[in-house]
Design a protein around this ligand. Structure first.
Ligand code: HSE
Length: 291
C-alpha cells in the first residue's frame, strides 16, 4: 500500500486566472492505493457524500486510467468539495503520485500534472492545471501552454471557507469572454507585480498584484458577504484578498504577525451575514508526497 498526502491549493490569486497556483500547508487529502485488477474508489472524510465513487465519474478514476494503473483507492477528504481550495485537484494529484509510486512508473512530474489535469476535466469540464500543478510540485506555479514554472514562496495566509457551495462549472460560466485593452494592461501589471512579490517574499507586492478587474468581480458576486469579508481582512492586516480559485473560499495574504487577527475578522464578517465559516491559518505548502 502507498499513502500520499496531497495539499489544498489556491488558483488564480486574482490576476493569474488559469495561470497562477499556490500550494497551501493545509488542509490536505490523503490517498491510499493498493494494486488491483480493476480500479475501485472509496471516499471518506469532509464532504465525501458529494464525491462519486464510480471511477468513470471521479477525477481519480481518470488518473488511474491514464496511467494504466488499476488500484483499490481510498480517498480521505480533508479538502471540502466545491470549496475553491482545489479539492478535486488534491485527490487527482495525490492519486497520480501514489499510483506512480505504487507501480514504479517514474513519470516525469510535468507529465503527472498533465495526467492529473485530465482528471480535473471530469468534474470541471476543462483540463486547467493551475490547481494540480502546485498540488504536485508545491510552492507557487505558473502554468502556460508551453510548460510550468515553479517558484518557492513564503507567505502567511488565511483561507476562509464559508458554508456556501459554488460549483466550478458555474463560476467559470460567469467569467467574461472578452476584455478591454485597459483591463488587459491592468491585469498584466498586477500579474507581473505579484510574481515579483513572490520572488522577493514581499507580501505588500503580492497583495498589490492580486488586484483584478476582470474575473474576480464577477465571481465575488456569487459569494454572499465577500465585500465585507475582504474589507474586514484588510483592516486586520491582509495586504491582498481575493476569491480562492472558483470560490467560495476567500484567500488573504497577511502581514507578519497578523494572521490570527485576519482569520477571526473573516470568520466574524461571514458570521455577521449569518454564514458559518472555517478559517485555515496556513502558509505556502509542499507538493503531494508519500507519507
Ligand atoms: N482556474 C480555475 C478557475 C480554478 O478559476 O476556474 C478552479 O478549478
Amino acid at each position: 500500500m502507498v499513502t500520499v498526502r496531497a495539499p489544498a491549493t489556491s488558483a488564480n490569486l486574482g490576476s493569474g486566472y488559469d495561470v497562477f497556483g499556490l500550494a497551501l500547508g493545509r488542509p490536505a487529502d490523503v490517498i491510499h492505493v493498493e494494486a488491483a485488477d480493476e480500479t475501485t474508489i472509496t471516499v471518506e472524510g469532509v464532504g465525501s457524500e458529494y464525491v462519486p465513487e464510480d471511477p468513470r465519474d471521479n477525477t481519480v478514476g481518470a488518473v488511474a486510467d491514464a496511467l494504466d494503473a488499476p488500484a483499490s483507492i481510498t480517498i480521505d477528504k480533508g479538502v471540502r468539495p466545491s470549496s475553491g481550495l482545489g479539492s478535486s485537484a488534491a485527490s487527482a494529484a495525490g492519486a497520480a503520485v501514489a499510483l506512480d509510486t505504487l507501480y514504479g512508473l517514474q513519470t516525469d512530474p510535468e507529465e503527472l500534472v498533465r495526467v492529473a489535469a485530465e482528471g480535473e476535466a471530469v468534474v470541471s469540464g476543462d483540463a486547467h492545471a493551475d490547481n494540480v500543478a502546485p498540488a504536485i510540485l508545491g510552492g507557487f506555479t505558473i502554468v502556460t501552454p508551453d510548460g510550468i514554472t515553479t517558484l518557492e514562496a513564503s507567505l502567511s495566509l488565511v483561507a476562509c471557507l464559508p458554508e456556501i457551495v459554488v460549483s466550478t462549472r458555474d463560476a467559470r460560466a460567469v467569467v467574461p469572454s472578452t476584455l478591454s485593452i485597459d483591463d488587459l494592461v491592468d491585469t498584466v501589471g498586477s500579474a507581473a507585480t505579484l510574481t515579483a512579490g513572490i520572488a522577493r517574499d514581499d507580501p505588500e507586492l503580492v497583495g498589490q498584484g492580486m488586484a483584478d478587474t476582470v474575473v474576480t468581480p464577477t465571481r465575488s458576486a456569487l459569494i454572499d458577504g465577500y465585500d465585507e469579508v475582504r474589507e474586514a481582512a484588510r483592516l486586520a492586516g491582509a495586504t491582498g484578498v481575493t476569491v480562492s480559485g472558483a470560490g467560495p473560499a476567500v484567500l488573504a495574504v497577511c502581514r507578519e504577525g497578523t494572521r490570527r487577527a485576519v482569520a477571526s475578522a473573516m470568520v466574524d464578517a461571514f458570521a455577521d451575514r449569518g454564514i458559518e465559516s472555517r478559517a485555515y491559518q496556513t502558509n505556502v505548502g509542499r507538493g503531494a508526497e508519500v507519507v
